[in-house]
Ligand binder design. Structure first.
Ligand SMILES: *Cc1c(COP(=O)(O)O)cnc(C)c1O
Length: 423
């Protein structure tokens, strides 16, 4: 049996209707921005394998750090014990996070990072004997697939089977250009009408919605509104963190600081699943008490896994090199040139860029759904051409590893141009 035949016998894939899905491609090797399937066909990974891989596949520097940690202390429980890798990750993050972030909590993936933040927001008010149970989130947000994260997410594909079983979430419009006031007014209205504990948002770019972008000034204003009413703010930087927006964190563009930040995806350079939720001292202090019931009773078996921490440290080393910072700026400039060229195309509605993130919306005759026919046509065209790009409806985006060369970028651009001609 081939790998794909065995796969279909045993495996259940994420976001996949197995009855109608195409067979998956078996990848056997990765190096830099390239992947090879079992037949030797080469693919360029233009979306950094779901946004996790800034420094390329099979990165030797991170692999060495992982190996060294695996042969020193691979794992130890974090309940009642601590270790240097976790402490070093905390110290490194304190240097680069917004200044008000003082405490870090480890978990395993983006969804759990969000789950922790939402639970902390709710328990913060419980501990203070205040009844606040509503979470505010943006329309079309994506915060993950565990229950609270899913409740905060607004993309129906992911949530429709579970309606009526969620914590209270109220949605406000994203403050995209021209809709800022509507968003501010909606937030004020929600805060007035509900007992709001927290506001969770993807700062500046909504990834899964199709790289929907909005301005830092608008986000600052929304955070100010929350602060006046003591609503906790949660920046979900799971996608935007670690350089994607051109700064280390998207919140670095924003004049207001959030109460909590969620990190995962690029944290370990795309190697080991790990996530972190960070907090202000003030949030932490609401749990600091003689009463054990006020503690945060949340944890995961692999919390602060030392091997993951070693990968995160190596990954932050790479991110902070001048070379990597120059790569990020180079990709950004390149995207802006391509954007200028492509946005005039008669089949293009709009194109946008922030940092290494580029997105183009293609005109479509029918209303395009998330996993609709245009999306599938585009996806298959890209795969045939050897480019891994996963369009969201009629939106094609690029989120490359930062080491993608100019030639490779040009190749991805021309494949996208061909695709636009084709549809
Ligand atoms: C991917 C993502 C998540 C969920 O992360 P997982 O590791 O897939 O659980 C949460 N928030 C945002 C903004 C994301 O992009």
């Amino acid at each position: 049996m081939t790998l794909t035949e065995k796969d279909s016998q045993y495996l259940w894939h994420p976001y996949t209707q197995h009855k109608t899905a195409q067979t998956p491609i078996a990848i056997s090797r990765g190096e830099g921005v390239l992947l090879w399937d079992e037949n030797g066909k080469e693919y360029i990974d233009a979306i950094a394998s779901w946004w996790v891989n800034p420094f390329g596949h099979s990165n030797k520097f991170i692999a060495d750090a992982i190996y060294k940690q695996l042969t020193t202390l691979e794992h130890v429980l974090f309940g009642g014990f601590t270790h240097e890798p976790a402490i070093k990750v905390a110290e490194r993050l304190m240097e680069i996070l917004p200044k008000n972030q003082q405490k870090i909590f480890f978990s395993d993936n983006g969804s759990t990072a969000v789950e922790v933040a939402i639970k902390v927001a709710l328990q913060y008010f419980f501990n203070k004997n205040e009844k606040r149970t509503t979470i505010i989130a943006f329309e079309n947000a994506f915060h993950g697939d565990t229950f609270a994260a899913m409740a905060a997410s607004g993309i129906s594909f992911y949530t429709q089977a579970f309606q009526g079983m969620f914590i209270d979430v109220v949605r406000i419009p994203v403050p995209v250009k021209g809709k800022e006031q509507e968003s501010f007014d909606a937030l004020k209205n929600v805060i007035e009408k509900h007992n709001c504990a927290g506001f969770i948002f993807e700062p500046l770019v909504q990834g899964a919605a199709g790289m929907v972008m909005y301005e830092p000034e608008a986000l600052a204003k929304l955070i100010q509104i929350c602060k006046t009413s003591k609503v906790l703010t949660i920046a979900d930087e799971v996608m935007t963190g670690f350089g994607k927006t051109g700064k280390t964190f998207a919140m670095d563009y924003v004049s207001e600081e959030p109460d909590m930040i969620c990190l995962s995806k690029a944290l370990t350079g795309g190697t080991i699943p790990m996530a972190i939720t960070t907090f202000t001292q003030e949030v932490f202090d609401a749990f600091y008490d003689d009463d054990i019931n006020k503690a945060l009773f949340h944890g995961h078996t692999f919390t602060a896994n030392p091997t993951g921490c070693a990968a995160a440290l190596a990954s932050m080393d790479l991110l902070q090199t001048d070379e990597m910072q120059a790569n990020i700026q180079r990709i950004n400039k390149s995207h802006l040139v391509f954007q200028k060229k492509i946005e005039k195309h008669s089949k293009v509605i709009t194109a946008r860029t922030l940092g290494v993130i580029f997105a183009v919306e293609i005109k479509s005759d029918s209303a395009e759904s998330y996993y609709g026919s245009m999306r599938n046509k585009l996806y298959n065209f890209f795969i045939e051409k050897g480019a891994i790009l996963r369009p969201v409806g009629n939106i094609v985006y690029i989120l490359p590893p930062y080491i993608m060369t100019d030639d490779q970028l040009q190749k991805v651009y021309s494949i996208i141009e061909e695709a636009i001609e084709m549809v």
